[in-house]
Design a protein around this ligand. Structure first.
Ligand code: PEP
Ligand code: MN
Length: 488
């Protein structure tokens, strides 16, 4: 990495989507407080994810990146719901990945958009609410959804830290106390799938899996772990029984910088060069250090903040975490390669995931040439498809929605184009939720799917305060479709 990088070197570059706070001193006070708080994730967990993403890059595993468009602080306080929100989210991620593991016989690396996805880029600084122009809602760690609460408040970043911590703590607890056990997949809120065909298909997998696990236990090979070949550095995964990682868009650079810390590279990863012989009288060499963003395992740069000479790219190039870059239709081919040169100059495996999001009608015009230039540049990347963000539309009633058919169309085009270019789709990035209401019904935010959600039904349980998400059933539909494809 170039020597001039520091956790705050981004400050000398133009930052798009910046937030203006009314009181700079208040902001500094909050940031210095955050910078003294403990890390949320550890360097060994981050390195473990890099290692696993290396496997995705070699086509030995599939990456599932999924969760809410934006989390709200409330989402981690609704413990009265059964199943409560966080376990419903994790349950869906586990169910989705089980379908892929079982159907496509592919290990799945799971990264949730969770425990920190609180900030949103917006296309305009202001919006009209109830006939009046107010500052746009930028996510719970900037301002409030209530139009009277739109002034950015730095205290919200501190609150974001504590809500991330509470969410992550609950996720870790769930995953280390049997919730994620492959022996109990029925606990992952399948009870709320109403479509008999989907239930039946999932039940078939659960029964097959249960037989396989019984057999393994009988012959004594049930290690209790799902992907033992991914051990990197001994011990169990980031969260015990199954691996699960967290992510968010690295949008609020003030916040990200406050949680960026220098650590020695974990021992299993420090031997990138053979140690030089040291005379016995010299002190032992100190292990090399790196800067880790300790707010999440994986961070991504959004399509609106990926300017080559901008603050976000400057910040991202210096952190050791694996990172994602959203690639939309406005990305020029040479720009993409120059960006890769900046964020991964040493062409390290598992470092960069390109998340393509062109839209079903535009993918044909862009993906093939992007694949071609990246191949030519010899940059190692993981390609994943985000079939959500290029396919947002407004319903006749004015609700932001996405059509299941259009989502599937971009996804299937993506798989086909990769095949035709001698490449392979390494994963998907989805906005979905396993959230259900008190009566056991899923959200109604995207049209179609096997439940054939219609425009008239959209308003029934539209919960998202940002982009529309696939619900439990629609998400399982996508999982079965991908698993069918990779079975071939
Ligand atoms: C998102 O992932 O929620 C998002 C805003 O995506 P993009 O940067 O691709 O528009
Ligand atoms: Mn979104």
């Amino acid at each position: 990495m170039s020597d001039s990088w520091t956790p705050d070197s981004w400050r000398s570059k133009p930052a798009t989507q910046g937030v203006t706070y009314p009181d700079e001193q208040h902001l500094s006070k909050v940031l210095s407080k955050i910078s003294t708080l403990p890390p949320l994730v550890t360097p060994s967990e981050i390195e473990r994810l890099r290692f696993q993403l290396g496997a995705v890059q070699r086509n030995e595993a599939f990456l599932l990146h999924a969760g809410d468009c934006a989390e709200s602080f409330d989402a981690c306080t609704q413990a009265r719901l059964l199943p409560e929100n966080i376990s419903a989210k994790i349950g869906l991620i586990l169910s989705f990945s089980l379908i892929l593991i079982w159907g496509a016989r592919l290990p799945v690396v799971r990264i949730g958009r969770i425990a920190g996805q609180y900030a949103k880029p917006r296309s305009s600084g202001t919006e009209i609410v109830g006939g009046r122009e107010v500052i746009s809602f930028r996510g719970d760690n900037v301002n409030g959804l209530d139009p009277d609460d739109r002034t950015p408040d730095p205290e919200r970043m501190l609150s974001a830290y504590f809500h991330s911590t509470a969410t992550l703590n609950h996720v870790r607890a769930l995953l280390t106390s049997g919730f994620a056990s492959l022996h109990h997949p029925r606990d992952w809120s399948l009870g709320h799938v109403r479509s008999p065909a989907l239930r039946e298909e999932f039940e078939r997998i659960v029964e097959g899996l249960s037989d396989a696990l019984d057999f393994s236990t009988t012959i004594g090979v049930d290690s209790g772990r799902e992907n033992p070949r991914y051990e990197s550095g001994g011990g169990r995964g980031a969260f015990g029984e199954v691996d699960f990682y967290t992510s968010h868009e690295g949008l609020m650079l003030d916040y990200e910088q406050a949680l960026t810390r220098s650590f020695p590279l974990p021992s299993t990863h420090s031997l990138t060069r053979p140690p030089s012989p040291v005379p016995s009288s010299s002190p032992p060499p100190s292990p090399p250090k790196a800067f880790y963003n300790t707010s999440a395992h994986f961070l991504w740069i959004g399509d609106r903040t990926r300017q080559l000479d901008g603050a976000h790219v400057e910040y991202f190039r210096g952190i050791r975490n694996p990172i994602g870059v959203k690639v939309g239709p406005s990305m020029k081919s040479d720009e993409l390669v120059r960006l890769l040169d900046v964020i991964n100059p040493d062409k390290e495996d598992g470092r960069v995931t390109l998340i393509t999001r062109y839209g079903a009608g535009k993918i044909e015009d862009h993906l093939a040439s992007h694949i071609e230039v990246v191949k030519k540049s010899q940059h190692p990347v993981i390609w994943i498809c985000d079939p959500m963000h290029g396919n947002t539309q407004t319903s006749s009633s004015g609700l932001k929605t996405r059509n299941f058919g259009t989502i599937i169309s971009e996804l299937t085009s993506c798989i086909r184009i990769h095949g035709a270019c001698g490449s392979r789709l390494g994963g998907v990035s989805l906005e979905f939720t396993g959230e259900i209401n008190d009566e056991g019904f899923s959200v109604t935010e995207c049209l179609g799917g096997s439940m054939q959600l219609s425009e008239e039904e959209l308003g029934l349980r539209y919960q998202s305060f940002c982009d529309p998400r696939l619900n439990f059933e629609q998400s399982l539909d996508v999982a079965f479709l991908i698993s069918e494809h990779f079975k071939k």
